[in-house]
Design a protein around this ligand. Structure first.
Ligand SMILES: Nc1nc2c(ncn2[C@@H]2O[C@H](COP(=O)(O)OP(=O)(O)OP(=O)(O)O)[C@@H](O)[C@H]2O)c(=O)[nH]1
Ligand SMILES: [Mg+2]
Length: 203
């Protein structure tokens, strides 16, 4: 089956959240002894040579990520982080490929067998769709899916006019649905309680 080639895909991992509900940096929590961010970067490198991590604190991750992975310093004019949508738009300006795989840093259940079919779906997305994303009852799952590079113009306009919400932006766009065999893949871990009940066994 035809899948999108490595040359046509980059990955962006968002690693600039406050982890306020967790109370410690989620990106550094170990899964099978490997910090979550590093594990995800290594996984993404199986599918693309261009893996970018955007964060306000690159020095914190420099020593743990694979050497050929690019760290992008997020620009925060008011010294406050601006949220995932703005971080995504900043990272997109570094990209040269037609497709971008966007990932949160806290996806402990994401593994290779899930991903290969996704790259096959990418080849079938209609030209008018700007993204291929899992759906959930209230909208789209924006932080584990694929975007066309050409979405940058509309995203920039949305942000310039005050928009900050992925859901609101995506409601204005044509999006294709990424079918999920197992929705557990999308479970992220935001609190110590979620970590204890869903992921501790993986640590
Ligand atoms: N680069 C960047 N990433 C962000 C920003 N805000 C959130 N993220 C990332 O987006 C993903 C989802 O964010 P959340 O799960 O809400 O994480 P969070 O904001 O760190 O957590 P809380 O403070 O508890 O809401 C995680 O990978 C975060 O690191 C931001 O301002 N900049
Ligand atoms: Mg989360």
């Amino acid at each position: 089956m035809k899948t999108v080639s490595k040359n046509n895909l980059s990955a962006i991992i968002l690693a600039g959240g406050q982890s306020s509900r967790m109370g410690r940096d989620k990106a550094l929590i170990p899964i099978q002894g490997i910090p979550m961010l590093k594990r995800l970067a290594i996984l993404a490198q199986e599918y693309t040579t261009d893996v970018y991590i955007i964060t306000s604190w690159p020095e914190r991750y420099q020593s743990i990520i694979p050497p050929d992975c690019h760290l992008i310093q997020e620009i925060c004019p008011s010294r406050k982080t601006q949220g995932p949508l703005t971080a995504f738009s900043q990272a997109l300006t570094h990209i040269k490929t037609p497709w971008i795989w966007l990932l949160a840093c806290d996806l402990p259940n994401l593994t290779s067998p899930e991903i290969l079919p996704w790259l096959t779906y990418l080849e079938t997305v209609s030209e008018d769709a700007i993204a291929l994303l899992p759906r959930h009852p209230k909208g789209w799952e924006p932080l584990c899916g694929f975007y066309r590079y050409c979405c940058l113009d509309s995203l920039q306009h949305f942000i310039d006019t005050g928009g900050r919400s992925f859901q609101s932006w995506l409601r204005q766009q044509t999006v294709a649905e990424l079918p999920m065999r197992d929705r557990q893949v999308l479970l992220n871990c935001n609190t110590p309680q979620e970590w204890e009940s869903n992921f501790r066994r993986l640590g």
